[in-house]
Design a protein around this ligand. Structure first.
Ligand code: ZN
Length: 122
């Protein structure tokens, strides 16, 4: 009962934040929504690494081969990390930055070449 109340409270808070965000300009909303998505994905990835670590730890301790669930988790992590890279690119672009297609560095919109690797941007 107490836990349900806690989650309802958290949901209300999240809704308030979103309502507040909707009053701001579109650009800001888009960026903050992307940020929330990136943060959520980031914490999911951290939890997955933790779960994966626990599974491997247990397996090594028992002298066993990596289990199917561990392999499945690795492929999920690869996919989530790719999504996170794409999200970070969108966040940089929503701020007017140009993301280098070669190294992923967020350059100023006016830049013609990547300041990290020298790749031509336009
Ligand atoms: Zn670059």
């Amino acid at each position: 009962m107490l836990i349900v109340g806690f989650f309802e409270g958290a949901l209300e808070k999240a809704k308030e934040v979103l309502d507040c965000a909707e009053k701001k300009t579109n650009e800001v909303v888009n960026t903050s929504k992307l940020r929330i998505n990136a943060d959520t994905l980031n914490s999911q990835i951290s939890k997955d690494y933790e779960t994966l670590g626990n599974i491997y730890y247990q397996l090594v301790e028992d002298g066993l081969e990596p289990a199917e669930e561990a392999k499945e988790l690795v492929s999920q992590l690869v996919e989530k990390n790719e999504r996170l890279v794409a999200l970070k690119k969108k966040i940089a672009e929503s701020k007017g930055n140009v993301v280098c297609s070669k190294c992923g560095f967020a350059n100023y919109d006016s830049a013609s070449f990547c300041s990290a690797c020298g790749e031509k941007l336009k």
